[in-house]
Design a protein around this ligand. Structure first.
Ligand code: DX5
Ligand code: ZN
Length: 220
C-alpha cells in the first residue's frame, strides 16, 4: 500500500508568519488550505489571494478545501491561485459530477467532501469521477474539535467500494486527527490525513508530521 499522505491544515498556523509556518512542514505531503465563507460554515478564514501567496512560498501540493456556498462560482479563482486539488462540499454543489469534471479538465484534482450527517451512498456510483473523497470527522468550521469515530463507518464503506472496483480515488479524513486518533482512521482505510491543531499546536510541527506518518503507516 502507498505511504500515508499527511496534510497539515494552515488554519491552525500563525497567519502573520505563513511563510515560516509552511517551511516548518516542508516534509509534509500536502498543505491543506481551509477556505470558509461565513455562510456554508459559521466561520470565515481566507480566500484565493492568500492561497496565491502560499503558492509563491512552496512547491508542495496545495490541497484546497472549500467550505463555501456556490463553489461553481468560485473554483476558477482557486485554480488560478495555484490549487493542485480542489475539494468542494457535496451539500453545496448543484451538480457535483459536472463540477468535478470541470476541475479535472483544468488539470486540478477533483475532491468532494461530506459533512458528518451526509450519507455516502448516493456518491458511491460516481466515485470514479473524483480523485479524493474527504470525510469530515468534525462539523466543518473550526479547528481543534474532537474526532467523531462514527465517521469511520463511511470510510470503511468507501474503502470497500474503491477496492472492489479497483479505483484510485483517495480517501481523506479531516477533523480531530491527532496521535490518539490517526491509527483508527488508517486502519479503517484512509489514505490522506488532515491535521491542524495536532501539527501547529505541537512544539515542533515537523516532528509532529513525522510522528503522525509513522502512526498511520503502522496501521495501514
Ligand atoms: C475544519 C477544517 C479542518 C480543520 C482541522 O472545518 O476543515 O481542516 O482545520 O483542524 P483540527 O485538525 O484541529 O481538527
Ligand atoms: Zn479542511
Amino acid at each position: 500500500m502507498r505511504q500515508p499522505i499527511i496534510a497539515p491544515s494552515i488554519l491552525s498556523a500563525d497567519f502573520a508568519r505563513l511563510d515560516r509556518e509552511i517551511a516548518a512542514i516542508a516534509d509534509a505531503d500536502w498543505v491543506h488550505v481551509d477556505v470558509m465563507d461565513g455562510h456554508f460554515v459559521p466561520n470565515l478564514s481566507f480566500g484565493a489571494p492568500v492561497l496565491a501567496a502560499v503558492d509563491r512560498v512552496t512547491d508542495q501540493h496545495l490541497d484546497v478545501h472549500l467550505m463555501i456556498e456556490n463553489p461553481e462560482r468560485w473554483v476558477d479563482d482557486y485554480i488560478a491561485a495555484g490549487a493542485d486539488s480542489v475539494t468542494f462540499h457535496v451539500e453545496a454543489a448543484a451538480d457535483p459530477v459536472a463540477l468535478a469534471r470541470r476541475l479535472r479538465a483544468a488539470g486540478v484534482g477533483a475532491g468532494v467532501s461530506l459533512r458528518p450527517g451526509t450519507p455516502i451512498e448516493p456518491l458511491l456510483e460516481h466515485l470514479g469521477e473524483f480523485d479524493v473523497v474527504l470525510v469530515m470527522s468534525v462539523e466543518p468550521g473550526f479547528g481543534g474539535q474532537s474526532f467523531m469515530p462514527d465517521q469511520l463507518d463511511k470510510v470503511r464503506a468507501l474503502r470497500a467500494e474503491i477496492d472492489a472496483r479497483g479505483l484510485d480515488t483517495l480517501i481523506e479524513i479531516d477533523g480531530g486527527i491527532a496521535p490518539a486518533t490517526i491509527g483508527a482512521a488508517a486502519a479503517a482505510g484512509c489514505d490522506a490525513f488532515v491535521a491542524g491543531s495536532a501539527v501547529y499546536g505541537a512544539g515542533d510541527p515537523g516532528a509532529a508530521v513525522a510522528e503522525l506518518r509513522r502512526l498511520a503507516a503502522a496501521e495501514r
